[in-house]
Structure formats: structure tokens, C-alpha cells
Design a protein around this ligand. Structure first.
Ligand code: PAF
Length: 281
């Protein structure tokens, strides 16, 4: 596995592969878990050469404390990528990606103002900016993102469609713990009891999915989920919404089942967790 820290070295290495190989990109912020490895595995299946990036992107953090607390585990990450037979890793310093405070900004419109956008203002602008940079730096044929960050996937899809990036986006299903908790780098900050209790996010989503498949109104389902969370000692619900994936606006009634997603965010022990299910998965 080759590891590069500079754009120049990475580009020089990839230039030999550009004409005759499919390049797969797996962008990450490190603190890798099985969810990331499943993205690498998928890329290994579909591309000839897999490039994983490890970069904690400061422009997508609206809260400086969150950026500071974000786990940085480069050595372990490289071991995991090596074990997954990843071909190339790009792990730049902040100065390599942002030599100066960026003046360019990317605003992907209304979809970025819903759900996560409301709780993390500016977050998706930062994601759009860094992902555009990574697409330019790596120039992949395929790029892999996890379903766990569903809204992020659709924001990036908008970026690719509107800016005509010549690549194919792939969404890879969420990896889960035994109790259904979605794997996330943030789970490292949870105690065993908190992890156990956080299984409620997935339980609620499954319960809501079942109800919505038999009745399209979202109001009673939302009330039921809110009640479930009120009973929980440690978890506090930030939102549970049923949305159309074209715009992520909350729905009162499900009209297009195949475009409907159930999204949830909750906080436990100072850690924010998100999860989702597609209504028809
Ligand atoms: O999903 C993530 O880990 C990040 O948002 C991404 C896509 C790597 C951009 O920094």
C-alpha cells in the first residue's frame, strides 16, 4: 500500500494508471471502522485501484470543539487499510489541502438547509468544498460514500450533477453493531451502556418503517418515536423526520415510497448520532 501526503506525489503516482485503470475513491476523515472498510471492499470489487483519503476537514465543522475532539488514529487507520488491501492512501496535512483560508465557497442550495443543515449550519458547504477538491486531486472514475450519511450522499450527488464531475457515485449500505447501532467514528466516544442504549435509534427507525408501509401519514409515527425517546434516560432526540430524498424536506404524507427516507438524530453523553433507513430498502 502506497501512502502519500502531498498532492504532487499522489498525482504523479496515479498518472500511470489514468489511461488504462478505473480509479475508485473512498474519502474518509479517519477513525476507521468496518463501515469504511466496506466502502474499500466495494471499491476493490468495482475499480482497478482504490484510493482512500484520510483528512479531518476543518471547513465542515461548525463547532471548533467538535473538530478538536474528532478522533485522530492515523497509525491504526493505516493498519486497517493495509489489511483491507487498499492500494493507495492520501493523508495530507491541513496546509496541503488549504494552504490559505479558502475564499471560494460551495453552496448546494435548499437541500443543505434541511435536517443536518439546520443543526450544523455551513456543514455541507464544507463537505462540498473538500469533496470537490478530492475529486480534482484524485480524478476518480468511481467514488464511494456510506448510506449512514444519507443527506451528505444526496448533497454530493447534487455537486456531481451540477458541476459535471465525470465520475460515478456509489452509496454503500450502513454497517451496524449487533444491536443495530450504525457504525460511526463517534461511537468510540460512547461507553458500553451508552452504545447499548443507542440501539434505540435503529429500533425506532424499524418501527417507523413498519408503520409507514401500512399507513402513509407521518404525524402519528413521529409522535410515537418522540414518546419512545422520552422514556430513555440518556438519549435525547434532536429530530426524527420522514423526507423525500430529492430535497430532504419533511413530509406529512408519504407519496413516493421509493424516494422516501426516515432520518433520525439524537444525542447521548455529549455525542451526536445520526441514522436513517430508506422506506423501501
Ligand atoms: O463522511 C465523511 O467522512 C466526510 O464528510 C467526507 C465525505 C470524507 C468529507 O470530509
Amino acid at each position: 500500500m502506497k501512502v502519500f501526503n502531498t498532492i504532487q506525489d499522489l498525482r504523479a503516482y496515479l498518472s500511470d494508471f489514468r489511461n488504462n485503470s478505473k480509479i475508485g475513491l473512498v474519502p474518509t476523515m479517519g477513525a476507521l471502522h468496518q463501515g469504511h472498510i466496506s466502502l474499500v471492499n466495494e471499491s476493490k470489487k468495482q475499480a482497478d485501484i482504490t484510493v482512500a483519503t484520510i483528512f479531518v476537514n476543518p471547513t465542515q465543522f461548525n463547532n471548533p470543539e467538535d473538530l478538536e475532539k474528532y478522533p485522530r488514529t492515523l497509525k491504526g487507520d493505516l493498519e486497517k487499510l493495509q489489511a483491507a488491501n487498499c492500494d493507495v492512501v492520501f493523508a495530507p496535512e491541513t496546509k496541503e489541502v488549504y494552504p490559505n483560508k479558502p475564499e471560494v465557497s460551495i453552496n448546494l442550495g435548499a437541500i443543505t438547509k434541511e435536517l443536518e443543515g439546520k443543526f450544523r449550519p455551513g456543514h455541507f458547504d464544507g463537505v462540498g468544498l473538500v469533496v470537490s477538491k478530492l475529486f480534482h486531486i484524485v480524478q476518480p472514475d468511481l467514488a464511494f460514500f456510506g448510506q449512514k450519511d444519507l443527506q451528505q450522499f444526496f448533497v454530493i450527488k447534487k455537486l456531481v450533477d451540477e458541476l459535471n464531475f465525470p465520475l460515478q457515485l456509489q452509496m454503500v449500505p450502513t454497517e451496524r453493531e449487533l444491536n443495530g447501532l450504525a457504525m460511526s467514528s463517534r461511537n468510540m466516544r460512547l461507553s458500553e451502556t451508552e452504545k447499548e442504549e443507542a440501539g434505540l435509534l435503529y429500533e425506532s427507525l424499524k418501527e417507523a418503517q413498519k408503520s409507514l408501509l401500512s399507513s402513509p401519514s407521518t404525524l402519528t409515527v413521529k409522535a410515537t418515536i418522540e414518546e419512545l425517546f422520552k422514556k430513555s434516560e440518556r438519549l435525547s432526540l434532536e429530530y426524527f423526520e420522514v423526507v423525500n430524498t430529492s430535497d430532504f424536506k419533511p413530509l406529512q404524507v408519504v407519496t413516493e415510497k421509493e424516494k422516501t427516507a426516515l432520518c433520525i438524530a439524537a444525542e447521548i453523553g455529549g455525542v451526536r448520532l445520526i441514522d436513517n433507513l430508506l422506506l423501501i430498502s
